[in-house]
Design a protein around this ligand. Sequence first.
Ligand code: NDP
Length: 335
Amino acid sequence: HQDKKKLGIALVGLGSYSTYQLAPALQDTQYCYLAGIVTGTPEKEKIWADKYGIPEKNIYNYQNFDDIANNEDIDVVYVVLPNSLHAEFSIRAAKAGKHVICEKPMGMSVAECDAIINACEEAGVKLGMGYRLHSEPYTQQVKEFVREKTFGDILFVSADAAYRSTGNPNQWRLNKELSGGGALMNMGVYAVQSTIYGTGENPISVAAQEFSTRPEYFKETDETITAQFEFPSGAVGNITSSHNFNANAMYASGTSGWFRLQPANNYGPLSGVTSNGDEIKFPHESQQKLQMDDFARHVLFNEPNKAPGEMGKRDMMIVEAIYKSISNGGETIAL
Ligand code: NDP
């Protein structure tokens, strides 16, 4: 298998994540490479073509994108657009017969997640989420602690994913039509995920609260949301997501000890400690490189899909329940 060609990836949407994380990571990947680009900004075409040696026939815009169906250089389409465009381009990619990686959050709603999953099933293509943490070692270590009960049964988990936004008030992340929501859609998915791999369980209920201190800046999207989860074992958890302050951590407490990652969800290096006094420490590698190689190995060799579409849908169900709880005045919502 090792001599099979590298998969060709086309990045759709050449914004900051594609420019500063994914394209550089694709220079180091072993099982895939940057084969094409899809952009709505003509000036970016030549810059990227020159920088990465991308042939003109592998450059598309949002209008002629569907022609990618006829391009054998492209095996995987990676959707790195504002959230409101994830479903449209994931579905168009699947219909073009390409495997799909979709950035988080998967869509604007659970219904959009279902539409993406169905389109990929119908087309017989693989679907992965851009959940880079599932490929990096600190998160694997946390999952192992939980699986092996290294600190006993986990009874409590807490996770924060937040940063202080002060930039352009017209950015798409603050525009509900393009983002689907604010801090919860953008950062909250990391905190939700931390509580799930920190307990090894999916929550069965959620209650949530919203806080606002800068309504003139956050005109239509949530600034800060906290939520409490109950898990089937009886474990409880809480999350914070915010665009108003910096916070990046997870903590889990079990019957015989605890562990903490801080930071827990940025690009790394992550850092952690346990109640044994041990530092959790691994050599740093690009998370995006590990993630894209994992997906490529899933496609090439049928290795496990570490972040399947169902996981993106599950997280969106929780996000929707959190928003529902808030609109119902903090009511507990069953999941
Ligand atoms: P940016 O705003 O930096 O880039 C988005 C790009 O999408 C633009 O540069 C543009 O590319 C294209 N685009 C198409 N239509 C629009 C539109 N109406 N408004 C704005 N941009 C448009 O966003 P990011 O790169 O930070 O985020 C993109 C996606 O990646 C999001 O879904 C985000 O949640 C996700 N992300 C994930 C991260 C992770 O760690 N997994 C980290 C950061 C982001 P062009 O000019 O080429 O058309």
